[in-house]
Design a protein around this ligand. Structure first.
Ligand code: G4P
Length: 534
């Protein structure tokens, strides 16, 4: 398969993420996709990639010296004329906010399911996020080299639990100790191993069908019977692959495979190149939709990663390009700040190296080093006063007060918390009464990370104590006078977020509904657009 259009290079971009429940095999699959894409070698050596190598920077060295670890946030590789941008989503559910924002920057997702476990809680949650955003899903049922559940049962579970049509694109030829390989019913191809049942995939055979002699002469009778039945039933029970339904998020192609034993990897990559969408258009303020074909560059920051070294305050803002052709050295408008920035050292993230990004197209992700100016949700444009929309902030479900061990370090603590809030790790609220900031997070694990990072990066020891409140809602009202009156009358419950937007602090869920019912003119919002227009 080769790229179809060089005139519009964005059409050859495939920007995607992997969603899964922890332990389903996301890390293993990521590694194998990178191997399959030629981005890394088994020994960990990077393959030469022709002209791109010229632009190689000494970014790696900088990264090592400064101890930054951004390697896994985005991984770019090229294969058969396509550029794959794989965006990492943090596995732990406590970081779902970060995950959510990362999913705003992808055009498709691979959903990895453990063949023995089926759909698990985190898979379902992440799937729902994808559905909200109409992100097409490719399903990879992993670990078929181990004993798994019945294949039809898993397919039915996906269909029912996720209300999604499924089209099997591959069938396992046995599982566990009876695992022989994978059969592709459309191409009548058999993926197997020269080493027999325990081996990794290394042999592809073209067959006449599921009753081909290659299978009948090698595979156990019961395994063959099940395969033949699956192929037959598959045609009857499940719809044919329909690209439109897939792109609309109504249908998922299902691949059975083993990330560990290399089954299904090439098939999935081929599929993504052929059928996954090219970069989509992006909603923006003023009813505008940014389309990739536009000449002028626009992009938005979906993630910021700070330096781990306290001596250097640099950060990397991950920018997904939405339109135009970006060239290194370009002056772009940082719309929120109303100031131009010259992007002189944009970075591409390859699996094991960084390169200066000389040119980038819609769908590509570039890292923009900066000193904290760029925040999650920010838009960069070639002058246009426009903000990309669709990046939400979620009301925190856990609120804590910060207790400082050494009160002399209040300045460092505040700077540290501001920095971490800029990264999107925490939210901070400044109460209308009192000076003690309140920290809000979506999951408790984030609190540990805050404590560790303030200690390591800002030499400031803090602990958290329970706040009087447990949850926050952004307060909105179309009538400014009414809003001001409400804020004044409820000062004890009001705090401001980093963008000076008021929130109401509630003790519990009961209070949320009680106060909301008493103040029907006021909207108490669980999410807000992250767009910074201040
Ligand atoms: P995650 O990122 O989704 O959390 O999963 P990860 O890839 O780390 O895989 C979790 C465990 O499942 C690992 O085993 C990994 O080797 C195993 N695994 C992943 N894919 C397959 C597969 O296709 N077949 C089989 N049999 N196992 C698979 P572990 O024992 O936790 O770690 P390790 O010591 O093997 O690295």
């Amino acid at each position: 398969m080769s790229a179809t259009s060089t005139a519009q290079p964005y059409k050859t971009r495939r920007t995607f993420a992997i969603i899964s429940h922890p332990d389903a095999g996301k890390t293993t699959l990521t590694e194998k996709l990178l191997l399959g894409g030629g981005a890394i070698r088994a020994a960990g050596q990077v393959r030469a990639r022709g002209e791109r190598r010229r632009a190689r920077s000494d970014w790696m060295k900088i990264e090592q010296e400064r101890g930054i670890s951004v390697s896994s946030s985005v991984m770019t590789f090229e294969r058969d004329g396509y550029t794959f941008n794989l965006l990492d989503t943090p596995g732990h559910e406590d970081f779902s906010e970060d995950t959510y924002r990362t999913l705003t920057a992808v055009d498709a997702a691979i959903m990895v399911i453990d063949a023995a476990k089926g759909i698990e809680t985190q898979t379902r949650k992440l799937f729902e996020v994808c559905r909200l955003r109409d992100i097409p899903i490719i399903t990879f049922i992993n670990k078929i080299d181990r004993e798994g559940r019945n294949t039809l049962e898993i397919l039915d579970e996906i269909q029912e639990a996720l209300a999604l049509d499924v089209t099997p694109m591959a069938w396992p030829v046995g599982m566990g100790s009876d695992f022989f390989g994978v059969y592709d019913p459309l191409g009548k191809r058999y993926f197997t191993s020269t080493e027999g049942r325990t081996g990794a995939f290394d042999e592809l055979k073209q067959l006449s069908g599921p009753d081909d002699e290659v299978l009948t002469s090698t595979v156990f009778e019961n395994v063959l019977a099940e395969l033949q039945e699956n192929v037959e039933m598959g045609l009857e029970l499940y719809p044919e692959f329909d690209q439109e339904a897939f792109l609309e998020g109504h249908l998922t192609p299902v691949f059975f495979g083993s990330a560990l034993k290399d089954y299904g990897i090439d098939q999935v990559l081929d599929f993504i190149a052929a059928y996954a969408p090219a970069p989509h258009s992006q909603p923006a303020t003023g009813g505008r939709t940014i389309v990739p074909e536009e000449n002028k560059v626009t992009g938005f920051v979906f993630k910021v990663q700070a330096n781990m070294d306290p001596k250097h305050r640099d950060r990397i803002a991950f920018v997904r390009l939405c339109s135009g052709t970006f060239k290194r050295g370009m002056k772009l408008k940082h719309v929120r700040a109303g100031k131009p920035i010259t992007v002189s050292a944009p970075i591409f993230f390859f699996a094991e190296e960084r390169e200066l990004a000389e040119k980038a197209y819609p769908g590509d992700v570039i890292g923009v080093p900066n000193h904290g100016q760029l925040r999650v949700g920010d838009t960069l444009s070639e002058g246009e006063e426009i903000h990309v929309t669709g990046l939400p902030a979620f009301a925190p479900e856990i609120l804590r007060r910060v207790r400082l061990s050494d009160t002399m370090r209040v300045k460092q603590m505040r700077r540290g918390l501001e920095d971490l809030a800029e990264e999107g790790l925490v939210q901070i609220f400044k109460p209308a009464i009192g000076t003690n900031w309140i920290v809000g997070v979506v999951g408790v694990l984030q609190l540990d990370v805050v404590v560790d990072r303030l200690k390591a990066e800002y030499q400031t020891e803090i602990s958290f104590e329970t706040a009087m409140y447990n949850t926050a809602r952004w307060i909105e009202c179309d009538d400014k006078l009414k809003l001001d009156r409400f804020l004044e009358a409820n000062r004890a419950h009001v705090a401001m977020d980093r963008d000076d937007r008021p929130v109401y602090l509630f003790k519990n869920a009961w209070e949320v509904s009680y106060i909301s019912e008493k103040n029907t003119d006021i909207r108490f919002r669980e999410t807000r657009e992250i767009v910074h227009t201040s």
